[in-house]
Design a protein around this ligand. Structure first.
Ligand SMILES: NC(=O)c1ccc[n+]([C@@H]2O[C@H](COP(=O)([O-])OP(=O)(O)OC[C@H]3O[C@@H](n4cnc5c(N)ncnc54)[C@H](OP(=O)(O)O)[C@@H]3O)[C@@H](O)[C@H]2O)c1
Length: 230
């Protein structure tokens, strides 16, 4: 059994992933930037709470200290993410991109970098980066698909960066299993619950990749059906 931290686990896919991993017998830290929302989620789940805002160095450093003091970390699920209002590409500016990159990309690197010393002490470290189908240049360029029709620039660009971050970390740390996953279009607050899948369906690939062993894949990009085109 492992000790797992899930960022942004107070609701949505992160919460459901935490529920499944607790049920499987793992020790789970619910990462939440808000103490009250996090406490409510952790209490419902029978999980531990760690306050963690992925955009804040001090918050991440405090989370590392707390988890280190409690015994360390085996699995990091970089789930926290935002989409914001979808701005059409023609109207997108740097200011549109900035908050998405701050959370989805810089936040992921901040958290991963900060937890590396703890992960490197684990006998079987695993990182799961929650990406998106919109990160795939192949899928976004395939006409007559919902992915092709997505009108915005910022979110797909941030998730494409997540995929590259995943590949480069995987090469740098061959003893870790580090993969990107696409949950599929899932009804959560992120999309005003327009997603067509349930959180149970969406969390499946996250849960699966969080539990892979040392012989599992690394540097890959997967949905529930298998590897995805980059
Ligand atoms: N839903 C989909 O269809 C879909 C599809 C593909 C990929 N994804 C990805 O799946 C992940 C989870 O999304 P979701 O659909 O479950 O959305 P959600 O229900 O909106 O949950 C997002 C979580 O991220 C947290 N978060 C946002 N900014 C944060 C920050 N700065 N620090 C810490 N936590 C932060 C939120 O916390 P607060 O409650 O405090 O805001 C919340 O717990 C995201 O990375 C998203 O891009 C979702």
């Amino acid at each position: 059994m492992t000790t797992t931290l899930i960022t942004g686990a107070n609701k949505g896919l992160g919460f459901e992933t935490a529920r499944r991993l607790v049920a499987a017998g793992h020790t789970v830290y619910v990462g939440s930037r808000d103490a009250d929302r996090g406490r409510r989620a952790a209490d419902r789940l029978g999980a531990r709470l760690v306050i963690l805002d992925v955009t804040d160095d001090a918050s991440v450093a405090a989370a590392v200290k707390a988890i280190e003091a409690d015994g360390g970390l085996d699995v990091l699920v970089n789930n926290a993410g935002i989409e914001g209002t979808v701005v059409p590409t023609a109207e997108t500016t740097v200011d549109t991109l900035r908050p998405l990159f701050e959370t989805n990309v810089f936040g992921m690197v901040r958290v991963t970098h900060a937890f590396l010393p703890l992960l490197l002490r684990s006998p079987a470290p695993v990182v799961v980066n929650v990406s998106s189908g919109l990160a795939s240049k192949t899928l976004v360029s395939t006409p007559d698909t919902p992915t092709y029709a997505y009108p915005g620039l910022a979110y797909p660009a941030s998730k494409a960066a997540v995929n590259m971050v995943t590949v480069q970390y995987a090469k740098a740390f061959p003893n870790m299993r580090i993969n990107a996953v696409e949950p599929g279009y899932t009804a959560t607050d992120l999309n005003g619950h327009r997603g067509t899948q349930t959180v149970e369906e969406g969390a499946e690939i996250i849960v699966r990749m969080a539990q892979i062993g040392p012989d599992g894949p690394t540097g890959g990009y997967f949905d529930v059906t298998g590897p995805l085109p980059w």
